[in-house]
Design a protein around this ligand. Structure first.
Ligand code: HEC
Ligand code: HEC
Ligand code: HEC
Ligand code: HEC
Length: 510
């Protein structure tokens, strides 16, 4: 065989071809290295701050100047078109879907208006719009305390810094209508200097302290769930409407109920059965910790804030939503099943829990109405007490399972166990009431009213929805624009101070 040198000597054009091929390879490699370097620089630029951000800066657009990718995905939460079988970002009237809730929440604001949650970007707007907050025409008016704002806005941490947490909680919701205007955003979860995750609301850190734990020692992966646990939890209002998490005895439904019994806590007295009730908020974190994903070290952010890529840059998708709208990034990073299969897995679990929950709901509605009948035919407090305590506990278990909207996927077995327990207690309550009715000489069936639709159930309770809606409309048209104008003037003052090179100290506080 001829050597390469001999070949080139015989046919010089082979040499030229070899030279050309080598040049092309070198050029391509050079280009490749150049793009890699460029992307690296881009990655560094993403962290080069264009603007200083105060640790209490509540406006997402100010943080967004430094982090456009996170901000752009955050803004996509404005899109409310996605709808899954039970959940999604659309506003959905849960009382219309499920009229039993009107009876279960009778005497409590949730019997007036209860919508499915939407994206974080709507958190403040939805508080103003729900009938549950009434129509406060003056500061200090209205049925709800300022505490209700706590998990709706990063303006709250700013106000707590100014007034102290006690000082904040003891005000009325409407006292701060002009102050709380920015929806949940960057400041709720991040430290602007390092962009590390942080806890800004006191209730979670205080709960850790009571248990002898220090939340600042949580691992990075734990923080990817604990930032959510600032708000997606069960809570109650203690003295001075101070926000507290009832986890001293544990986080399962029965542990929390025991805590509420110990401190004789009642949210409201049910007007039909007269049972002392507890309302469950949204024990999402509690229920999640009993499920397989938590036990395998998966965090809330893994599914609800998966990684995305853009221009070679990997970043966290800040459109927090139902993961079923983004299965490729949210699930298929770990599971190799098809999208259809994974959706079926989710719906199967949700269907099964829903089926059980509806059974408990039906028994509870009947039990409240039978208790009402027993009072009407002359039952005494003493006769009714055992049944009422059981109604409180059965409905608490139902609500714990119903109020955690993602729970039937996060931990289906735990919810089935809790509902099963509730069914047992509810049947015992019914038996107690039958016993009372027999003592009173009533042995026939109990006549029950028709409460099968939202309208019929609300009419039975004497709720005048039209009146409430028209008051709300006046509030939204007259008061809210004033709140927004005040906020805009404040934001303007902040901008001026921020732009002033002579200004010292925080640009947020006077
Ligand atoms: C400051 C309180 C707060 C924090 C922190 C918070 N949430 Fe929320 N979240 C809310 C509120 C309030 C809503 C309902 C907003 C509405 O309906 O207007 C909500 C709604 C949601 C929804 C429903 C979205 C939809 O499109 O229906 C999901 C999912 C969610 N949050 C997940 C999370 C996850 C995951 C975290 C942590 C990474 C988190 N949240 C952190 C308060 C919070
Ligand atoms: C509900 C909590 C929450 C809110 C609100 C939030 N983030 Fe994040 N953010 C996270 C989590 C969780 C991560 C992932 C952090 C990790 O694992 O290190 C993250 C990561 C980041 C990172 C690091 C780079 C990356 O993409 O992973 C940046 C920068 C960032 N967020 C910017 C923002 C900005 C800007 C806003 C407001 C528009 C915002 N975040 C709002 C929870 C939040
Ligand atoms: C970070 C990895 C990770 C992500 C993301 C993830 N999973 Fe999983 N998933 C797991 C692990 C680990 C298990 C436990 C399996 C085991 O240990 O055998 C599991 C278990 C499951 C199971 C079986 C649970 C049961 O009840 O027995 C289902 C169903 C499931 N995942 C669906 C999903 C869906 C749907 C998503 C997206 C919304 C998702 N997973 C996202 C890691 C993940
Ligand atoms: C393994 C993936 C996974 C993890 C981890 C996870 N979720 Fe979910 N989550 C889901 C799925 C799937 C649904 C059901 C969505 C649907 O039906 O559209 C859901 C539903 C929700 C909802 C209701 C969404 C809506 O559209 O109204 C909230 C709120 C929520 N999760 C919060 C959390 C919080 C807080 C954590 C951590 C404590 C968490 N999730 C952890 C997968 C996950």
């Amino acid at each position: 065989m001829k050597t390469l040198a001999e070949t080139v000597q015989e046919r010089p054009w082979v040499g030229w071809i070899l030279f050309l091929v080598t040049m092309i390879i070198v050029f391509t490699l050079g280009m490749f290295t150049y793009t890699v370097v460029e992307r690296r620089t881009e990655a560094q630029f993403a962290y080069t701050l264009l603007t200083d951000v105060d640790p209490f800066e509540p406006r997402p657009e100010v943080w967004g100047k430094n982090f456009p990718r996170q901000f752009n995905t955050y803004e996509q939460m404005a899109d409310t078109t996605f709808r899954s079988k039970y959940l999604g970002s659309q506003r959905r009237d849960l009382l219309e879907d499920n009229p039993s809730m009107v009876i279960l929440f009778a005497g409590y604001a949730f019997s007036l208006d209860y919508n499915l949650s939407r994206g974080h970007i709507y958190s403040v707007e939805d508080v103003r719009q729900t009938l549950r907050t009434g129509a406060p025409m003056e500061k200090g008016d209205g049925p709800q305390p300022a505490t209700c704002w706590t998990c709706k806005s990063p303006d709250v941490a700013r106000l707590m810094h100014e007034y102290g947490s006690d000082g904040f909680y003891e005000k009325n919701l409407s006292d701060f209508g002009h102050e709380v205007v920015n929806p949940i955003s960057c400041a709720s979860c991040h430290d602007p200097e390092t962009m590390n995750l942080r806890i800004t609301l006191p209730a979670l850190s205080e709960t850790f302290q009571r248990k002898g734990m220090d939340i600042t020692r949580a691992t990075h992966q734990e923080m990817r769930s604990l930032t959510c646990a600032q708000c997606h939890v069960e809570y109650y209002f203690g003295d001075g409407n101070y926000l507290i998490f009832p986890w001293d005895k544990g986080m399962r439904a029965e542990d929390i109920a025991e805590h509420f019994d110990d401190i004789a806590f009642t949210d409201w007295v049910h007007p039909l059965s007269r049972a002392p009730m507890i309302k469950a908020q949204h024990p999402d974190y509690e229920v999640f910790t009993t499920g397989i994903h938590y036990q395998r070290g998966v965090s809330c952010a893994d599914c609800h804030m998966p990684y995305a890529t853009e221009g070679g840059q990997k970043f966290t998708d800040h459109r927090i939503q139902s993961p079923l709208n983004n299965i490729a990034n949210a699930c298929q990073t770990c599971h190799r099943q098809s999208e259809a299969e994974l959706i079926r897995n989710v719906y199967d679990r949700q269907d099964m829990v829903k089926e059980l929950r509806t059974k408990l709901e039906d028994v509870l509605v009947t039990t409240h109405l039978e208790a009402e009948f027993a009072w009407n035919v002359g039952a005494t407090d003493e006769q009714m007490a055992p049944a009422l305590h059981k109604i409180r506990h059965a409905q608490w278990r139902w609500d714990y399972a119903a109020a955690t909207h993602g729970g039937s996927f996060h931990s289906p077995l735990e919810l089935a166990r809790t509902i099963g327990d509730g069914l047992d207690i509810a049947h015992k309550a019914r038996r107690e009431i039958s016993g009372v009715l027999v003592e009173l000489g009533h042995t026939g069936t109990v006549p029950l009213p028709d409460v099968s639709t939202k309208e019929k159930a609300q009419a039975y309770l004497g709720i005048d929805l039209e009146q409430l809606q028209s008051e709300k409309q006046i509030f939204l048209e007259d008061v809210v624009p004033e709140w927004l104008a005040e906020a805009q003037a404040r934001h303007q003052r902040w901008n001026e101070r921020k732009a002033d090179p002579d200004h010292e100290g925080s640009y947020l506080f006077d």
